[in-house]
Design a protein around this ligand. Structure first.
Ligand SMILES: [Zn+2]
Length: 135
């Protein structure tokens, strides 16, 4: 069974609940909250980097989402890594790393810390997927 894509008109205020995915039509009640999230980056709106706007269909779902983000560690190195990758994504292939770093507003030290953070994450994912050691 294929689902029809959701049609959206200009100015349509339909949204999805971030917890359950319920489609919130224009007239449906919805609840918002702004939370700290070091993975939230928008190269078009860098002033809001590190913050995520949650949308929910009900107060219990909003609370569930807020609880999730309160427990999630906020790591500036993650924020810097996402700021850099966001700038690399919106620029032509082959853009010098230093140009993307400057556009992301990062110092060289922050770029280095972000690179180490990314390498650590890659290493953790690799280890989790690796076979257990032989006895
Ligand atoms: Zn919901």
């Amino acid at each position: 069974m294929t689902e029809e894509p959701l049609a959206c008109e200009p100015g349509d205020e339909r949204e999805l609940c971030d917890q359950c995915g319920t489609l919130l039509l224009s007239s449906a009640p919805r609840y918002y909250s702004l939370v700290n999230d070091s993975s939230a980056v928008d190269p078009e709106h860098p002033a809001s980097d590190g913050q995520r706007l949650l949308t929910a269909c009900s107060l219990p779902h909003l609370q569930w989402l807020k609880d999730h983000y309160v427990k999630r560690p906020y790591d500036e190195r993650e924020l810097w890594a996402h700021k850099l990758s966001g700038q690399l994504r919106v620029r032509p292939a082959g853009t010098p790393l230093d140009e993307a770093r400057r556009a992301a507003g990062l110092t060289r030290e922050q770029l280095l810390a972000a690179t180490y953070w990314s390498m650590e994450r890659h290493d953790l994912r690799h280890r989790r997927g690796a076979a257990p050691p032989e006895r």
